[in-house]
Design a protein around this ligand. Structure first.
Ligand code: FES
Length: 129
């Protein structure tokens, strides 16, 4: 059996939503100290919904595939759903990652959370109680 699913390979080779949003409402970064990989997420938020998203990932193929898939999962979604996105959901959407690569998907969860925290720090009145 192939080590990586077709979806992982597809998102690695043709990552969606790569780049920077200059007018992002929230920017978040996550890194893994062990491997040194870094992921950055940019969110545009309108009406408590992610209206646009971009990412920059300096990392392994699984991290790139995870960030690409994560952007697809959160685009158009309400912030309550985005906040609840887990690395497991990202990995499942990719039809799985090898166990020793699961930590790569954690970067996506953490970078998105950090971007949301950045947004809420700019708009504390938006934070759900
Ligand atoms: Fe570092 Fe994949 S090996 S995120």
């Amino acid at each position: 059996m192939a080590l990586y699913s077709e979806k992982v390979m597809d998102h690695f080779r043709h990552p969606r939503n790569v780049g920077v949003l200059e007018d992002a409402d929230g920017v978040g970064e996550a890194g893994n100290a062990k491997c040194g990989d870094i992921m950055k997420m940019y969110l545009k938020i309108d009406n408590d919904t992610v209206s646009d998203v971009r990412f920059e990932t300096f990392g392994c193929g699984s991290a790139i595939a995870s960030s690409s898939m994560a952007t697809e999962l959160i685009r158009g979604k309400p912030l309550s759903e985005v906040m609840a996105l887990t690395n497991k959901a990202v990995a499942e959407a990719l039809d799985g990652l090898p166990d020793y690569k699961m930590h790569c998907s954690v970067l996506a969860e953490e970078a998105i959370r950090a971007a949301l925290e950045d947004y809420y720090s700019r708009h504390p009145e938006k934070r759900a109680v």
